[in-house]
Ligand binder design. Structure first.
Ligand SMILES: [Zn+2]
Length: 575
């Protein structure tokens, strides 16, 4: 058949466009995109190859959460949703599309929003100031693009809808602040999306508290509904039942029950929790995409040397390295069989976290670096802390210097030579520095929290026997998690601890999501790390984090001898 002439082809295209647009219901996103929208490449919008996205486009619930792998077309949805709300929903006066940084805003506005608007003159004609990177006028409404890490950008305009893109890279307190932008709107829509990083953090925490929808495909063999995401293993090295290999090395998405090939185009989203009050949450991985072959996923699963990247960007699931986030089981495994003590005849150390109340951890040395935690307390008065100092023969205590700056200073004064106030100094690393004059210790916060993580992971402490107080203690130890963060100005990356939001278990309350005992244990271990005589406490161990200081704890060595051993070890390590 001869190729149609240019003119004929243009006419045919216009006829097709007219047919598409004739039945459009502009009030509905799905009808609007299918009827009127063209993608960046000029082709009419279609779900071909992205059938799993249909559920998202049909969803008009005001709170939506998408926990996703990379490159699944979700960003196009969130952008078209913003255009749609501005152009077609009369009540909307404005919305804000949030990114982590101002650079992300620029890249997105130029690279995605601009071309998508240009491909759709229908929308473009409604766009007032197309060239502005930070705001676009669509119809009567404004769409603003903002970076969350910049303080100036967060406050500013009121909004009727908010979109948080890559929420894991944005500071959680800024997200909360941004949510206040909608306080005066009668019409509130909130969307959060992103690649997950740590469990119980950012998009993963949002997804866990949503109704958790998974895409289910109907097996043509046995008619069961199968969700590849839920069937896929949770750990590396396990058998995969949802991908099958052929003799020729290819692989296909398979029903785990009858091995029939699953059709990605035929599926529905099924929520795990039925509760009309919950946000709608969608979990999307590369298992849903026809652009990634199952063989590729299988290969990556078997050979990856970077599990974090595999779980986060291919499977769209959170992941924490061993040690990045402690688990309750890791903590409770260290429980011994002794009850909590109320006093001690042996010298102890004490760590105190100051908040609405005082959380206290008291421990004593057993042998070498091994310590036994003998008291876990929650107290209300400074006088109670004074009594603990005496009852437990506390030789060295470290207390949170903030927020009760004055109270902590007075406490130091009442126990001369025994109590140090702790200040966190960022971003300086290189060990704790003890100021014996002012009775202050300063340390990088991440390094301090590493002390408590290492003590738990290496089993260097014994805890009292299991009881309700220990359950709370274990829960509070799991709240902080270590995350790689980037400095926007210098581009420098470093590890920092962030607060996660673990789910509240039955019978527990918000207290189980706070980190007071983690801080108290950290302060106690900090006190213990220097409780070997003044000379050792004051020396700098910079750059020799792995230094073995065990013999130094023997009481028979005086300060001079300890110094000599330590200097020799430092020399040996640096050689
Ligand atoms: Zn089947």
């Amino acid at each position: 058949m001869p190729r149609p002439s240019g003119k004929f082809s243009r006419l045919r295209k216009r006829l097709a466009d007219w047919k598409r647009s004739a039945t459009v219901d502009r009030r509905r996103l799905i009808s609007w995109v299918l009827g009127l929208v063209r993608l960046e490449d000029g082709q009419p919008f279609s779900f071909r190859g992205h059938e799993y996205l249909r559920g998202l486009y049909e969803d008009e619930f005001p709170r939506i959460v998408v926990r996703k792998a990379a490159q699944l077309g979700v960003t196009t949805w969130s952008l078209l949703l913003s255009f749609h709300l501005c152009a077609n929903v009369l009540k909307v006066l404005g919305g804000i599309y949030y990114f982590p940084t101002v650079k992300d805003v620029r890249d997105f506005s130029r690279g995605r929003a601009g071309p998508l608007a240009e491909a759709n003159p229908g929308i473009l004609s409604a766009l007032g100031d197309v060239d502005s990177i930070e705001q676009k006028r669509i119809g009567k409404a404004f769409l603003y693009f903002r970076g969350l890490r910049s303080a100036i950008s967060v406050k500013s305009v009121p909004a009727d809808f908010l979109i948080f893109d890559e929420i894991d890279e944005a500071p959680p307190d800024k997200v909360e602040l941004a949510r206040k932008r909608m306080a005066h709107s009668d019409f509130r829509i909130e969307v959060a999306l992103g690649n997950p990083t740590l469990p119980d953090y950012g998009i993963s925490a949002e997804f866990e508290s949503s109704d958790r929808r998974y895409y289910h495909m109907k097996c043509p063999g046995c008619s069961r509904w199968v969700s590849p995401d839920r069937e896929f293993p949770t750990k590396l090295g396990e058998e995969i039942s949802v991908i099958r290999e052929e003799q020729d090395g290819t692989a296909y998405l398979a029903c785990p029950h009858c091995a029939s090939e699953l059709d990605r185009a035929v599926g529905i989203w099924v929520p795990e929790k039925q509760d009309p009050g919950l946000a709608h949450g969608y979990a999307m991985s590369h298992l849903l995409s026809i652009k990634v072959s199952p063989a590729q996923i299988l290969e990556e699963y078997r050979t990856t040397r970077f599990p974090q990247i595999f779980w986060n960007t291919t499977l769209g699931r959170p992941y924490a390295d061993a040690g990045a986030k402690l688990t309750r089981d890791q903590v409770l495994a260290l429980c011994g069989d002794e009850p909590l003590q109320e006093e001690s005849t042996k010298r102890c150390t004490m760590g105190i976290d100051v908040g609405g109340r005082f959380h206290v951890v008291v421990s004593r040395r057993v042998d070498g670096q091994h310590r036994k935690v003998i008291h876990l307390g929650v107290h209300h008065e400074w006088s109670e802390l004074d009594r603990l100092m005496h009852r437990f023969q506390v030789g060295r205590a470290v207390i949170d210097a903030l927020p009760e700056l004055h109270g902590a200073k007075e406490f130091v004064g009442r126990h001369p030579g025994k109590v140090w106030r702790c200040f966190f100094k960022e971003p300086v690393r290189g060990g704790a520095s003890w100021d014996d004059e002012r009775r202050e210790v300063s340390i990088n916060r991440a390094e301090a929290l590493d002390l408590s993580a290492a003590a738990i992971l290496e089993g260097r402490i014994t805890l009292p026997r299991r009881q309700p107080r220990l359950e709370l203690f274990a829960a509070q130890l799991t709240v902080d998690a270590k995350k790689l963060v980037t400095n926007d100005e210098t581009g420098e990356q470093r590890y920092a601890y962030v607060l996660t939001r673990p789910p509240v278990m039955p019978g527990e309350n918000e207290e189980y999501r706070e980190n007071h005992f983690r801080m108290a244990l950290t302060y106690d271990l900090l006190a213990a790390s220097s409780d070997t005589g003044p000379a050792v406490g004051a020396c700098s161990l910079s750059g020799v984090a792995d230094l073995d200081t065990r013999p130094l704890h023997r009481r028979t060595y005086g300060p001079q001898r300890q110094w000599r051993i330590l200097r020799r070890r430092v020399r040996e390590m640096r050689r």
